[in-house]
Write a protein that binds this ligand. Structure first.
Ligand SMILES: NC(=O)N[C@H]1NC(=O)NC1=O
Length: 173
C-alpha cells in the first residue's frame, strides 16, 4: 500500500485499516485522518504518536488500559484482537505451562495494583522469558518513568503494526 492510497481513503476506510495500530484506540486514527495528506509512512506515524503525546496523563493512561494483559484471561478466552493474538503467540505466550502462566498472572496483578494500568510491552520484540524478566524489573520503576516506558512500548507496537499494513501490499504489488 503506498501513501497515495492511504491519502485517498475516506474516513471509514482509514479507520477500518488503521484503527487498531494503537490497540483498541480507533479514536486516534479517526483524529489524524483530517491531517491528510501524509508525505509518507513516517509522517503518518508522526501524527499518530503526536496525538498520544499531546494527551493529558489520564488519556495516556486510558490508552494503556485499552491493552489486554500479556498471557491474560483474554488470551485464554480467545477474545484478543487479531494483532494482539499474533504478537502474543509470536512471543510464545500461548504455550506457557501452568506455573509460568500463574507467575505472569501474579506479576500482572501486582503491576496493575501499583500503577493502575496493565503492563504493556511490544511482545514481538520479546519472548516469554524476557516478558517475565521485564515485568518483574519494571514493577519497581517510579510511576512517572513507568508511564513513559509503557507509552514507548505502545509506539513500538504501533510502528510494527503500521509496517505490516504498508508492507503487506508492497509484497503484493
Ligand atoms: N499488555 C500488552 O503489552 N499487550 C500488547 N503487547 C503486544 O505486543 N500486543 C499487545 O496486545
Amino acid at each position: 500500500m503506498d501513501i497515495e492510497k492511504v491519502n485517498s481513503m475516506d474516513f471509514g476506510e482509514f479507520v477500518d485499516v488503521f484503527g487498531n495500530v494503537i490497540e483498541r484506540c480507533p479514536l486516534i486514527a479517526a483524529a489524524v485522518w483530517s491531517q491528510r495528506p501524509f508525505s509518507d509512512l513516517e509522517d503518518l506515524e508522526k501524527h499518530l504518536f503526536a496525538f498520544i503525546d499531546a494527551l493529558p496523563q489520564s488519556g495516556q493512561e486510558g490508552i494503556l488500559r485499552c491493552h489486554p494483559d500479556l498471557a491474560g484471561r483474554e488470551l485464554q478466552r480467545g477474545t484478543l484482537s487479531a494483532e494482539s493474538q499474533r504478537e502474543q503467540r509470536g512471543a510464545g505466550l500461548t504455550s506457557l505451562d501452568a506455573d509460568e502462566r500463574l507467575r505472569l498472572a501474579e506479576l500482572n496483578a501486582q503491576y496493575r495494583a501499583r500503577f493502575g494500568f496493565p503492563f504493556v510491552l511490544a511482545a514481538r520484540l520479546s519472548d516469554r522469558a524476557a516478558v517475565q524478566r521485564e515485568l518483574a524489573a519494571r514493577l519497581h520503576c517510579p510511576p512517572a518513568q513507568e508511564l513513559r516506558t509503557a507509552l514507548g512500548e505502545v509506539k513500538k507496537i504501533g510502528h510494527l503494526r503500521l509496517a505490516d499494513l504498508l508492507g503487506a501490499d508492497q509484497a503484493r504489488a
